[in-house]
Design a binder for this molecule. Structure first.
Ligand SMILES: CC(C)(COP(=O)(O)OP(=O)(O)OC[C@H]1O[C@@H](n2cnc3c(N)ncnc32)[C@H](O)[C@@H]1OP(=O)(O)O)[C@@H](O)C(=O)NCCC(=O)NCCS
Length: 166
């Protein structure tokens, strides 16, 4: 498994490999079922599924869509690894992929959006600090997920879209 190779001492990000998906599922609380689904979305060409490592362990992830503008979805870092730069590293890596997808873009033509829960001011502060601005557009989303015990949950969230242009 990739967890056992190439020890890493700082936040690193890469596109998810099959081993990385297994490592996320095994070690990140709540990711047992999510990781396989996101990896399938990447395999189908719907997203780039990004994984962040800290001290060699898979500890965070996010999905970059191919929408126009692209969106960073399901950004999450394991509770024990928060506050160590993994969330910021995932966003920076996604911005790099956006640049690679359109190397000819002129300044101001590239953009990336992400949604932040209205009840999540800590995450919103992080995004604003690294250049994302509030759009005032709030969407209500209902989705289901399967927890680590295999129980399905339905959740309704209100998220505000933030966007960065560069
Ligand atoms: C929001 C989140 C992805 C940030 O990841 P992270 O690896 O902790 O982020 P970084 O280390 O790069 O940056 C830390 C900043 O994140 C913010 N933050 C938000 N929630 C946090 C948490 N529970 N713990 C630590 N930092 C948090 C803080 O503002 C912090 O800023 P500071 O350095 O001024 O204190 C992560 O806290 C998380 O997974 N939270 C739960 C799920 C979630 O809210 N996802 C985002 C949906 S929009």
């Amino acid at each position: 498994m990739s967890q056992d190779r190439a020890p890493m001492t700082e936040a690193r990000v890469r596109r998810c490999t099959p081993d990385d998906a297994a490592a996320l599922a095994a070690h990140v609380p709540g990711a047992r079922h999510y990781a396989a689904g996101a990896f399938d979305r990447q395999r189908r060409g719907e997203v780039d599924f990004l994984v962040a490592f800290h001290a060699g362990l898979a500890a965070g992830s996010a999905e970059l869509t191919f929408d126009d503008p692209p969106e960073l979805k399901n950004l999450s870092v394991a509770p024990a690894s928060r506050g160590q730069g993994l969330g910021s590293a995932l966003i920076r890596y996604a911005e790099g992929l956006v640049e690679n997808r359109d190397p000819e873009a002129r300044p101001g033509q590239r953009s990336l959006t992400l949604g932040v829960g209205l009840e999540n001011p800590g995450a919103a502060r992080l995004y604003e600090r690294i250049g994302y601005v509030r759009t005032g557009h709030v969407a209500t989303t209902t989705y289901t997920y399967i927890d680590d015990d295999g129980v399905e949950h339905t959740v309704t969230e209100q998220d505000e879209d933030l966007i960065k242009r560069w």
